[in-house]
Design a binder for this molecule. Structure first.
Ligand code: PEP
Ligand code: MG
Length: 580
């Protein structure tokens, strides 16, 4: 209830996606209302002049964005905007608009809109995905120029000039690739879960995020003040003075806590009883290595290479990939770097690779399945990896392996590429390891068989949990079934770790569960060797592990594995943690 003169704040709950607190103005990521009316004009020359000015302003914007994105995120991420610049300079489009203004004596916005719609319609009907993508470029650029002609502000992620909290229905992986860390202090979305890729990106950018609010975009106006609490998964719209003061205090406490943790950055990760485990970082781009090192990573446990393929218009070449892998390997020195081959499909798409619509994309033609079917794509990446192997401590990992045949086939292709490189006189290290992700229950159950043929396992719980519980990781409605501590999941994990160790293979985990403070004691008890997580979780995990005893943790396993529900497990671990 609202009292006269008193505005009440509104609290919206969602899924905690990335820790931290942000207080700032909302930037509602929506399409501006570009209402176009056709107006007869007397002087075509004046309209052409207005059109050219709008083009010049749009061009100026885009050049600035290209420079900034290149500096902050690398050249690949700037490719989308370079494509937009090409559209702006395309005489087919520009001259057709000018001719239309002159011949039909109509206003510039109407002429541009008509011409652009014509091109968009044409491209959209083409079979070729690349051409359909050009339609999207023309639509974006047209909106930008129209917004100048109409005097309506253009709301794009590349346009930010002040600190904001993004409010959006969803952020695609390529939206997140354009986020400017200087201005984006956090984001909150209608859809998504903790392991959706926007959430994972937020953690690697170390900005607070709340996802899956199921409707915040309907509640927030542009520029409304918001408090975003990534620890609790809440957003407060229009907060009161008291709430702001309270959250400023929490923000300061969190910063102080981070400063305290920063003291552990150069330490090894050892438990109370001197057992060493490795804490590694998950990264999505070569630029993330700096954050991994700054957060004390002892390795990279997962480089999601698909992000190298996103936010651009064509596949990265072998050379581009080689340079990206070399960068990561060199910066990590002798620390291990696990690079995963392309995992596209599911919720990760490439605009230039036409993938047919599937009924169940997470069960569909994705990751290694797609690579084994598109061998040129796969072989290019493998050559880049093999060439980069001389620059550091490389471990190549195949995603979504379900059967031994798939692993053998992927490994055989790798061997073939290695032989052909060596025959061409190119040096390839003989020290790299070849392993696989365990993210399909069939592979988890057959881990003893796989363990004979791999150098290592890394458990991908984000997918393993969704497949074990048959609960889509993106769907808030079934989030209650997405239970990392469910004994069924824990038994699979235990099986994998035991099977790896029986063959003297190291076992890591690169799913989000590896950085979860409730899961960490259990995983330690099971003997997990490597925990790979968002960079921001490493130091808290190091601190937590320093207070735990590996021997004591191992003793709890019999009890935990005999439990019947996730709730029971969680309560047991919480009680255990209170005792240490
Ligand atoms: C996983 O499934 O746990 C994993 C690490 O892979 P991704 O999140 O990229 O699917
Ligand atoms: Mg996965």
């Amino acid at each position: 209830m609202r009292e006269a003169g008193v505005t009440m704040s509104q609290k919206i709950t969602g899924v905690k996606a990335s820790a931290g607190i942000a207080i700032g103005k909302a930037f509602l990521l929506t399409t501006p209302d570009l209402q176009i009316n056709t107006v007869a004009i007397e002087e075509p020359a004046n309209e052409i002049q207005r059109f050219q000015e709008a083009l010049a302003r749009a061009k100026n914007d885009l050049e600035g964005i290209v420079l900034r994105v290149e500096q902050e995120m690398g050249t690949d991420h700037a490719d989308i905007f370079k494509a937009h610049l090409l559209v702006l300079e395309d005489p087919e489009l520009v001259d057709t608009v000018k001719d239309k203004i002159t011949s039909e004596k109509i206003n510039a916005e109407s002429a541009l809109n008509d011409v652009a719609q014509g091109f968009i319609g044409l491209f959209e009907q083409m079979d070729n995905e690349y051409m359909r993508e050009r339609a999207a470029d023309i639509r974006d650029v047209t909106k930008r120029v129209l917004s100048y002609l109409l005097g309506v502000p253009f709301a794009g992620l590349g346009e930010l000039t002040e600190e904001v909290i993004i409010v959006a229905d969803d952020l695609t992986p390529s939206d997140t690739a354009q986020l400017d860390r200087r201005y984006v202090k956090g984001f909150v979305t209608d859809i998504g879960g903790r392991t959706s890729h926007s959430a994972i990106m937020a953690r690697s950018l170390e900005i607070p995020a709340v996802v899956g609010t199921q409707g915040i975009t309907r509640e927030v106006q542009q520029a409304t003040l918001i408090i975003l609490d990534g620890h609790e998964g809440i957003a407060i719209i229009d907060p009161s003075e008291e709430e702001i003061a309270d959250y400023r205090r929490k923000q300061a406490d969190y910063e102080a806590q981070k400063a305290e943790l920063a003291k552990l950055v150069n330490d090894k990760t050892v438990t109370l009883d001197n057992h060493h485990v490795e804490l590694a970082a998950n990264i999505g781009s070569p630029e993330d290595v700096a954050g991994a090192i700054a957060n004390g990573a002892e390795g990279v446990g997962l480089f999601r290479t698909e992000f190298l393929y996103m936010g651009r218009n064509d596949f990265p070449t072998e050379e581009e990939q080689y340079l990206a892998y070399k960068h990561v390997l060199e910066h990590m020195g002798d620390r291990p770097v696990v690079i995963r081959t392309l995992d596209i499909g599911g919720d990760k798409h490439l605009s230039y690779l036409a993938l047919p619509e599937e009924m169940n994309p997470f069960l569909g033609h994705r990751a290694i399945r797609l690579c084994l079917d598109n061998q040129e794509l796969f072989r290019t990446q493998l050559r880049a990896l093999l060439r980069a192997s001389v620059h550091g401590n490389l471990k190549i990992m195949f995603p979504m392996i379900a059967t031994l045949e798939e692993f053998r086939q992927a490994k055989a292709i790798l061997e073939e590429e290695k032989k052909s490189l060596v025959n061409r006189g190119i040096v390839v290290s003989d020290q790299y390891e070849v392993g696989m992700m365990i993210e399909i229950p069939a592979a988890a159950l057959m881990a003893d068989q796989f363990a004979r043929e791999v150098d290592f396992f890394s458990i991908g719980t984000n997918d393993l949990i969704q497949y074990t519980m048959a609960a889509d990781r993106m769907n808030e409605k079934v989030a209650y079934l997405y239970q990392p501590y469910h004994p069924a999941v824990l038994r699979l994990l235990h099986n994998v770790i035991k099977a790896g160790h029986a063959q003297n293979k190291w076992v890591g985990m690169c799913g989000e569960m590896a950085g979860d403070p409730i899961a960490i004691p259990i995983l330690l008890g099971m003997g997990l060797d490597e925990f790979s997580m968002s960079a921001g979780s490493i130091l808290p995990a190091r601190q937590q592990l320093s207070r735990l005893s590996a021997e004591d943790a191992a003793k709890q396993m019999d009890t935990i594995l005999q439990m019947s529900t996730s709730v029971q497990v969680e309560a047991f671990v919480k009680e255990w943690l209170e005792r240490v």
